[in-house]
Write a protein that binds this ligand. Structure first.
Ligand code: 5GP
Ligand code: MN
Ligand code: MN
Length: 321
């Protein structure tokens, strides 16, 4: 498949790249890494990268200023020869660039979500890989590896592995990260400034979420929710909630953490993290979402009470087994 993908890219004149909505570190690292690689290898091709937005902490990555957002309005050009979806469990996750994906002559799906249904013409999905950046490492021609590319891929790997701590971290992940480190990347700075650093506001919202959390299912599950009102009060955006779910998950004796974020009236984004006993991907898929066994999400409609009941019932069913 790697050869097929590389052959298709070689033949294309125009290439579009897109990552998922609310892009995380793996998504941004994969998109900017692949964009940089293609630009360097094929300077004669037309290559465009589409993302919803890029968080400030990732602006140091090479070509971050070249990202096209929906506001740039450049996305209704003629169809691309190839459109590459990165880090998306399904095509819907592409958001505004989904249209470009479907219009392209050849579609490529490079990802690592177990729930990925191989939605493109050419699919390279490694469910065992820690991150899409780890998958990309197998695709790129090592001749073009340099500091810029290495730091983009390294950023993605540390984000999806929680700095090499989640169970998706393998020996292979460490070997790849080790190789990337040999390209003189500022790894401590990347880890501190893109992963651990929080703004004052982010700490405040984290504090509120922890204070207002509740334990259900005999303490096996911790649930917290964030209302639109609370978000407005602090002036926070959804990206400020990153890391909240991880702090909930490390609560002693908890098997599953659930963070419920109100997107709109009776519309909630659910994030779930499991410590192993529960397969949260199964629950997310049941409600139209997806993800991994230990980290998954979906969107639910109804009152907050309905949402907690629906998710709680599924968690209870799995915990009983
Ligand atoms: P998070 O809770 O951080 O938003 O997402 C956890 C994991 O589940 C990520 O790998 C993400 O890609 C996936 N995920 C979250 N929400 C959705 C969704 O609505 N649909 C799909 N297919 N995957 C999701
Ligand atoms: Mn992602
Ligand atoms: Mn990922």
């Amino acid at each position: 498949m790697v050869k097929k993908i590389n052959d298709a890219i070689e033949k294309a004149d125009s290439i579009g790249i897109g990552g998922h909505i609310r892009p995380d570190g793996d998504c941004v690292g994969a998109c900017l890494g692949f964009y940089y690689y293609l630009q360097t290898k094929f300077p004669e091709k037309t290559i465009h990268l589409y993302l919803e937005y890029v968080q400030d902490e990732f602006q140091f990555l090479k070509f971050a200023e070249c990202i096209l957002t929906e506001a740039d309005g450049e996305f209704l050009e003629k169809p691309y020869d190839i459109f590459v979806s990165l880090d998306c469990g399904d095509a819907k996750r592409l958001g505004f660039s989904e249209l470009l994906f479907h219009n392209a002559r050849v579609t490529i799906n490079i990802d690592h979500h177990v729930s990925n249904p191989d939605f493109a013409k050419l699919n390279y999905v490694l469910a065992d890989a820690s991150s899409t950046c780890e998958v990309l490492y197998h695709i790129i021609d090592k001749e073009y590896m340099d500091t810029n590319l290495a730091q983009a891929l390294y950023t993605g790997i540390i984000h999806d592995t929680g700095v090499f701590k989640h169970s998706n971290t393998s020996r292979k992940t460490m070997e790849i990260a080790g190789d990337l480190m040999s390209y003189q990347i500022p790894f401590s700075k990347i880890i501190d400034e893109t992963f651990y650093q929080k703004t004052y506001l982010q700490n405040q919202i984290l504090g509120r979420c922890l204070l207002e959390s509740m334990m259900i299912l005999d303490g096996k599950c911790i649930v917290s929710s964030v209302s639109k009102k609370m978000m407005n009060f602090y002036g926070t955006t959804p990206k400020d909630l990153e890391g909240v779910i991880d702090q909930l998950r490390v609560t002693k004796d908890v098997e599953v953490a659930v963070l419920i974020h109100e997107l709109d009236t009776q519309k909630y984004k659910i994030s779930m993290r499991s410590n192993g006993e529960v397969n949260v991907s199964k629950i997310a898929i049941l409600f139209g979402g997806g993800g991994h066994i230990k980290a998954a999400g979906c969107t639910l409609f109804g009152t907050l009470h309905d949402v907690i009941n629906n998710i709680g019932a599924q968690l209870a069913a799995q915990l009983e087994k």
